[in-house]
Design a protein around this ligand. Structure first.
Ligand SMILES: [Zn+2]
Length: 160
C-alpha cells in the first residue's frame, strides 16, 4: 500500500511539474511584454492541455485579465470543470479563487503561495484539492517583480 501510494505521489508530482512549466512559460511571456509574471494553464486529468494564458492587465489595460481568467477564456466552453486542473504560478487571488469555485474545478496546482496566499485556504475548506509546489523559480520571479514594481503589484491585488 505504502509503495503504491508513494509511486502515485511521485507520478503526480512529476506530472504537476510538467504542468507548472507550461504556466511558467506563460508567466515569462507576460514579463517580456512588460506585464506581471503570472501564468496559468488548464489541464484535464490525463495531462492534456485545454488552455493557457497569462496576466495581461498592464498590456491590455484590462483589470479582469488575470492569468487564470486568460487561461479560462482560452480554454473555451467546457461541459464540466470537475475533472479539470487549474495550474497557476502564484496562488489565485479572491477573484480567481471565485472562478475556481464557480465553475467547480476539482483541483488547483499553485507554483507558490509565499508571495501571495490568495484564497487557497478557502478553496481547501470547500473540499477542492490544492497542491502547492513551492517552486523556487516561481517564488524568485514574483518577489523580484514585486521589488521592482511595487505599484503594479499593489494595483493587481487591489491593495492600493
Ligand atoms: Zn486573480
Amino acid at each position: 500500500m505504502e509503495t503504491i501510494y508513494r509511486q502515485r505521489m511521485a507520478t503526480l508530482n512529476g506530472e504537476s511539474q510538467k504542468m507548472l512549466s507550461v504556466a511558467l512559460k506563460e508567466a515569462r511571456k507576460g514579463l517580456e511584454e512588460g506585464g506581471l509574471p503570472i501564468g496559468a494553464a488548464i489541464f484535464d486529468r490525463s495531462g492534456r492541455l485545454i488552455g493557457a494564458g497569462h496576466n495581461r492587465r498592464v498590456q491590455n489595460g484590462d483589470p479582469s485579465l488575470h492569468g487564470e481568467t486568460d487561461a479560462f477564456r482560452n480554454a473555451g466552453r467546457q461541459r464540466s470543470y470537475r475533472d479539470l486542473i487549474m495550474v497557476t504560478t502564484l496562488a489565485p487571488c479572491w477573484y480567481c479563487s471565485g472562478l475556481v469555485r464557480q465553475f467547480g474545478f476539482g483541483m488547483v496546482i499553485v507554483g507558490e503561495s509565499r508571495n501571495f496566499q490568495g484564497g487557497i485556504d478557502w478553496l481547501r475548506s470547500l473540499g477542492i484539492q490544492v497542491m502547492d509546489l513551492d517552486s523556487e523559480e516561481c517564488i524568485s520571479m514574483m518577489s523580484n517583480f514585486i521589488e521592482e514594481h511595487p505599484e503594479l503589484w499593489k494595483e493587481d491585488i487591489g491593495a492600493v
